[in-house]
Ligand binder design. Structure first.
Ligand code: DGT
Ligand code: CA
Ligand code: CA
Ligand code: ZN
Length: 588
């Protein structure tokens, strides 16, 4: 097991022990153990397990050392399995409701007999939870909302998870001899931040063996539909996948149709009708005369001059519309008048500003992160570790920050890497809108990302005023994850994004597009208008390890969906230009 996996098991054990009401010292020992394991280098962990020298590490006792070694060597732990088996699974499910921790679960079980989500929901609906000591109306409402969100969330999947499931299936389809062409469609192709189900399209004249393969592939849990031209399965990961088998000459029409979105399709059909065509997944047929059914029959199977999507759009007087833009949000009008943006590409990115190191809650050192940035071909890497108020993330105080700045300057001077490192901070926005560091401390940095990490429950007006106050600080360069949302886990805090965007434009503060696939914050839906008004974007991976830097790609996907061009995104600028911009901002 990797150290991250071991740490996660130790944390789980802590939570389960808490659920059982075990001794707090014992619980804390596992939580501490998890943190210690996280902080070790992967090699050191392996070596100490092999040498039996884990006990020498501060925070790891005899019993814990033995368990860590067992996990490291075998990937299993008997103690953990027994512990899990000793607790009803319904009780463990309750942990997924936001705001419901082990302590509350114990109270709910003891006083109301709640041991499942269904019982918790019923207890909330009857008002019994509100009447419990330590709960109240507000908390009951929040729990109910959490249960409802959980149902809503569980129906969708994070884009990256869907992509990782879909890629090998697509490769498998493409390897079949009967498959002339295989493609993704649906929300995955449109790069929605979450995906309901996977849609695969195959061009073939021999559909049966392809469908046979699809429903028999490893990972299929259940076949939900099986026909001549269509098959649907539920995969073990819980995601559903549709396969559609299309005659080659209709492939382009089907691909366009099943890419969607529905709104885009409706508008395309209207446009086609206005030009005398009836458009469907089968093709384009003349809409005038005897009726479409007859025309359809005549045209079915007939060769067409439309063999790619660009030709299909052209037939309707449109420029090619990239899939990310097909949401029925004005892309057709833009495609008619030459107004489509030249969307930003992954290769345009030259650096990023919001990244962490082992100095705070990152898992790789400054040098490791810089080497990884260099491997990506980046001209610069911004390091923005947490500030002192983010205690749980081991935020830096003034002294450690000063040391880090000196280390960064030295690293740049050493010429060890071609990638330049900018010294920054991810400075907490305190509940009243002040920043976590004094002005003279912030002045020493190359740039400052300001983010909210506390007091999420403030009112809309308070949260908006708080963030605007932070933006007004002359040292603020960039605003981190504007809403704080975690997709499928937590709604963003309640803010007036428009007002914040206005303030950012007025104060020349960049707003980040946080590229962590759980965040993608600020949302793509808000970028087009904001950028049109002059807001600058920074695509920031918010990397906590070297692999996390590659998340910038998710940011580029979201930026494309938000109609952003290279010019809207400062992290496409060269090092020279960024340096000039930062200096200019500080002095002007
Ligand atoms: P999802 O799966 O919920 O993330 O979203 P999609 O967009 O992948 O939706 P899905 O899988 O139900 O259908 C794939 C595409 O097929 C959809 O984007 C557009 C097209 N489509 C499906 N149903 C309809 C419909 O009733 N009318 C029109 N015009 N298009 C449809
Ligand atoms: Ca879909
Ligand atoms: Ca579907
Ligand atoms: Zn952050």
């Amino acid at each position: 097991m990797t150290k991250a996996e071991i740490a996660s098991v130790l944390n789980d054990i802590g939570t389960l022990l808490e659920l059982k009401g075990e001794n707090p010292f014992k619980i804390r020992a596992y939580q501490t153990g998890a943190r210690v394991v996280e902080s070790l280098a992967e090699e050191e962990l392996a070596r100490r397990c092999a040498e039996n020298s884990l006990v020498e590490v501060k925070g790891i006792g005899e019993a814990l050392a033995q368990k860590i070694s067992e996990l490291q060597a075998t990937g299993k732990l008997g103690f953990y399995e027994k512990l899990k088996a000793s607790i009803p699974s319904g009780l463990v499910d309750l942990l997924q409701v936001p705001g419901v921790g082990p302590k509350k679960i114990r109270a709910l079980q003891a006083k109301l007999g709640v041991d499942s989500l269904a019982k918790l929901q019923a207890a909330c609906e009857s008002g019994a939870v509100a009447a419990l000591e330590g709960f109240g109306e507000k908390s009951q409402e929040k729990i109910l909302e959490g249960i409802h969100n959980r149902e809503r969330y569980s129906k969708r999947h994070l884009w990256v998870a869907a992509w990782e499931t879909a890629e090998p299936i697509l490769a498998g389809l493409r390897a079949l001899p009967q498959v002339l062409r295989a493609e993704h469609a649906g929300s995955l192709r449109r790069r929605m931040e979450t995906v309901g189900d996977l849609d695969f399209l195959v061009a073939t004249v021999d559909p049966k063996p392809v469908a046979d393969w699809f429903v028999a592939q490893t990972g299929v849990q259940e076949i939900t539909a099986r026909g001549e031209t269509k098959a649907s399965v539920r995969l073990q990961s819980g995601i559903q996948a549709d396969l559609r088998l299309i005659p080659p000459e209709q492939f382009v029409f089907a691909w366009h149709h099943f890419t969607g979105s529905k709104d885009h399709n409706v508008q395309m059909r209207q446009r086609a009708l206005g030009r005398g065509w009836s458009m469907s997944e089968w093709g384009l047929v003349p809409s005038a005369g005897e009726g479409t059914a007859k025309a359809k029959a005549e045209h079915a199977g007939r060769k067409t001059d439309i063999t790619n999507e660009a030709a299909l759009f052209k037939k309707l007087g449109l420029a090619f519309i990239p899939p990310e833009l097909r949401e029925g949000l004005g892309e057709i009008e833009a495609a008619e008048t030459g107004g489509l943006p030249v969307l930003i590409e992954e290769t345009d990115i030259r650096g990023a500003f919001h990244n962490h190191t082992t100095a705070s809650d990152g898992h790789n050192t400054l040098e490791e992160m810089t080497a990884a940035a260099q491997a990506l071909g980046w001209e610069y890497l911004g390091i923005a570790d947490h500030s002192k108020s983010s205690v749980q993330a081991r935020g830096l105080d003034e002294k450690r920050l000063a040391e880090q700045i000196a280390t960064v300057r030295k690293l740049n001077a050493s010429g060890k890497f071609t990638t330049h490192v900018f010294a920054g901070t991810e400075c907490d926005i305190l509940p009243d809108g002040r920043l976590d560091f004094a002005d003279e401390v912030l002045a020493e940095l190359d740039y400052v990302v300001v983010s909210v990490h506390s007091a999420f429950k403030q009112s809309r007006a308070d949260m908006t005023a708080r963030i605007i106050r932070a933006i007004e600080n002359p040292h603020a360069t960039m605003l981190g994850h504007l809403t704080g949302r975690l997709l499928l886990q937590r709604e963003g805090y309640d803010v007036e994004a428009d007002k914040i965007i206005d303030a950012a434009i007025a104060h020349r503060v960049v707003v980040e597009l946080n590229a962590n696939p759980w965040r993608l914050d600020l949302d793509w839906r808000l970028w087009r208008k904001a950028a049109g008004r002059g807001l600058l974007c920074a695509i920031n991976p918010d990397a906590h390890d070297t692999a996390g830097l590659a998340d910038f790609r998710h940011g580029v996907g979201a930026a494309r969906k938000g109609w952003l061009t290279k010019e809207h995104v400062i992290t496409t600028r060269s090092l020279v230009s960024i340096k000039r911009w930062l200096t200019d901002r500080k002095t002007g």
